[in-house]
Design a protein around this ligand. Structure first.
Ligand code: F6R
Length: 240
């Protein structure tokens, strides 16, 4: 695991886009593992800019997203499918049939998780997986706990995560309490991983990732066991 500290979140976005662009150029049929949330927004804007400038071709690309809330329909403006469509997938020439986000609008999240895991296993490993990090150290929605789950599964969100995500909803009671998420095994299968962390509120998560042993209480710590992971952060997240 390597740490790369840049001055601003804009520089982080450009660097992340450089890394993802190289993957796409090296393999026009690459599988991209994608995340939602504030962290990758600058990356996606930069990829769209490069696509519009004729520098990138997404026509052969497949995408697999990390996670989805349980209980939101795909057109709900806080669903992760909606986020991906509006921030990247509808803005580039990717074949939408090759874009995958777990189906959260279901009465049987465990069954949807099992199907998504099967789908991931039927595809080549992600050429690159983009991650953000929760202030509690979660990756995807693998929350701190006594155990880490390897395959895709349904997970109850912690109070900490529900409160952190309440900023996107009218009231905290509207935040879904469950999500379907890739497990750590699905994430670690990626050939390359970039984790984006910007802003002061990620400082403690970055400190723990640097200083702590690998533990299920800090799911991001498993990335220490992956041999091509770059932690891309801005000065505010680094803290010095
Ligand atoms: C999103 C995801 C989450 C976020 C994390 C950070 O698909 O899997 O792990 O990456 O909660 O969220 P932001 O970037 O909004 O701070």
């Amino acid at each position: 695991m390597k740490f790369l500290v840049l001055e601003t979140k804009e520089e982080v976005a450009v660097k992340a886009a450089d890394i993802v662009s190289e993957v796409i150029k090296n393999n026009p049929k690459a599988v991209l593992g994608l995340a939602t949330g504030s962290s990758p927004l600058g990356l996606y804007a930069e990829l769209v800019k490069r696509y519009k400038a004729g520098e990138l071709d997404f026509s052969g690309i497949t995408s697999v997203n990390l996670d989805e809330y349980v209980g939101l329909s795909e057109d709900h403006d806080q669903s992760y499918r909606y986020f991906m469509n509006t921030n990247l997938l509808d803005l580039v020439n990717i074949n939408k049939e090759n874009t995958h986000v777990p189906h959260g609008n279901t009465d049987n999240p465990e069954e949807e998780a099992r199907k998504y895991n099967e789908l991931l296993e039927s595809l080549p490993p992600q050429d690159i997986q983009v991650l953000g990090i929760g202030i509690n150290g979660h990756i995807g929605f693998n929350e701190p706990s006594d155990n880490l789950v390897v395959p895709t599964h349904a997970e109850n969100l912690t109070e900490n995560t529900i409160n952190a995500n309440a900023r996107f909803f009218e009231k905290v009671q509207d935040v879904p309490t469950k999500a379907i998420t890739m497990g750590v095994g699905n994430i670690m299968r990626a050939k390359k991983i970039i984790l984006i962390a910007t802003g002061e509120n990620k400082r403690e998560a970055m400190r723990r990732l640097r200083d702590e042993y690998v533990s299920a209480n800090n799911p991001s710590s498993v990335l220490k066991l992956h041999d091509d992971t770059i932690i891309l952060m801005d000065r505010a997240a680094y803290g010095e």
